[in-house]
Design a binder for this molecule. Structure first.
Ligand SMILES: Cc1cc2nc3c(=O)[nH]c(=O)nc-3n(C[C@H](O)[C@H](O)[C@H](O)COP(=O)(O)O)c2cc1C
Length: 323
């Protein structure tokens, strides 16, 4: 079988993907890809990604305290070759030979955490030069569930949990230069290239300048004021993927007596099957970006009326994430 040669660890590409792609770059570089080149991923990359997923599956990694005690979703990577062609996507995806799959339970917090962690895995793929596409609807549930149920800890370090349902999958691979008609239709229907303007989503805070975003994407993430860091973190949330590009994140800020931003209240305005997952994705973009600038804070996560809400507060120092 054709294989993509392993990335030479001393090559410029290895340096580009492994060392220099920070959270801002990965977020701005990522977009959904549905047409892949049909080649198998290199075994070394697959085992690195599996190790990364293992670390996400185990509590104790560096997430904010609000996620402590929540049952963790399970993320695994499976190969089409071992599944006798059962990993169908109704023609939405073509040429992908490997998939990341995520199984989780029904609890709202578990779903928020699932969105948060799977996006972490997606951005790690972007860093490794691997394309992805979140799929929540257009995949053969029975085939993927069967693949999850038959996982053994020998490859993925995952022992399937009986109540877990495979709710999200993503193809993993390298894109082709050409897109297919089905892919162009999908992007046009979801208006995937469009995001709501910053001012329509977030109140009490101005959008960041392009110069600030460029600076952060160039790796200059230190010495940024808290206000600039919050602007950039919200901008990163705005760029997050969401089901049908629904972009459910809204935020309002409050200031203290000195006029400094003291809280950011982030709310979810949709109420559908993927709202909590979408919310978790945006939350990871916000927290991961903020942490990249060296700023910390606390997150209080609740779910009044089935709508997840996260309140970031500067007065707490409860998270300082090590990526
Ligand atoms: C939870 C979730 C479920 C999704 N489900 C599907 C899906 O079933 N089929 C599909 O083609 N795209 C799906 N998408 C991809 C979105 O349509 C895409 O992320 C959005 O249009 C923004 O485009 P971008 O990812 O290129 O930025 C899903 C995305 C998310 C976050």
């Amino acid at each position: 079988m054709n294989k993509i040669p392993p990335l030479d660890q001393n090559s410029p590409e290895a340096g580009f993907f492994k060392q220099t792609m920070n959270t801002f770059e990965a977020i701005t570089a990522r977009k959904s890809v549905r047409t892949f080149n049909g080649l198998k991923l290199d075994d070394n990359i697959l085992s690195e990604l599996r190790a990364f997923c293992d670390s996400l599956n185990n509590a104790g990694t560096s997430e904010p305290a609000c996620f402590k005690g929540i049952k963790r979703p399970q993320i695994a990577i499976i190969d089409d070759a071992h599944q006798a062609g059962k990993l169908g996507t109704y023609g939405v995806i073509s040429g992908a030979r490997s998939f990341a799959i995520m199984a989780y339970g029904e609890d709202w917090a578990e779903q928020v955490l699932a969105g948060y962690l799977f996006e972490k895995a997606v951005l790690e793929c972007t860093r490794q030069g691997i394309s992805t596409c979140w799929l929540g609807g257009t995949f053969n549930r029975a085939g993927f569930q069967e693949a999850y149920n038959s996982l053994t800890s020998s490859v993925n370090n995952v022992n399937p949990i009986a109540d877990n349902i495979v709710g999200i999958v993503s193809p993993l691979g390298h894109s082709t230069h050409k897109t297919r008609f089905a892919e162009r239709v999908m992007r046009r229907v979801a208006r995937s290239a469009h995001r709501h303007p910053f001012k329509n989503l977030f109140k009490g805070i101005e959008p960041p300048t392009q110069q600030l975003i460029d600076t952060l994407c160039n790796g200059n993430t230190s010495g940024i004021s808290l206000e600039e860091a919050l602007k950039a973190a919200l901008e990163m949330m705005r760029l997050a993927p969401s089901s049908r590009n629904s972009q459910p994140w809204r935020a309002t800020t409050e200031t203290d007596m000195d006029g400094a931003i003291s809280t950011v209240r982030i709310e979810c305005v949709t109420d559908n099957k993927f709202s909590k997952i979408d919310f978790g994705i945006g939350l990871y973009h916000f927290i991961g970006s903020l942490a990249e600038t060296g700023h910390t804070g606390g997150i209080n996560l609740t779910c009044p009326n089935e709508r997840p809400t996260a309140i970031w507060s500067s007065s707490s120092n409860e998270f300082h994430l090590q990526e």
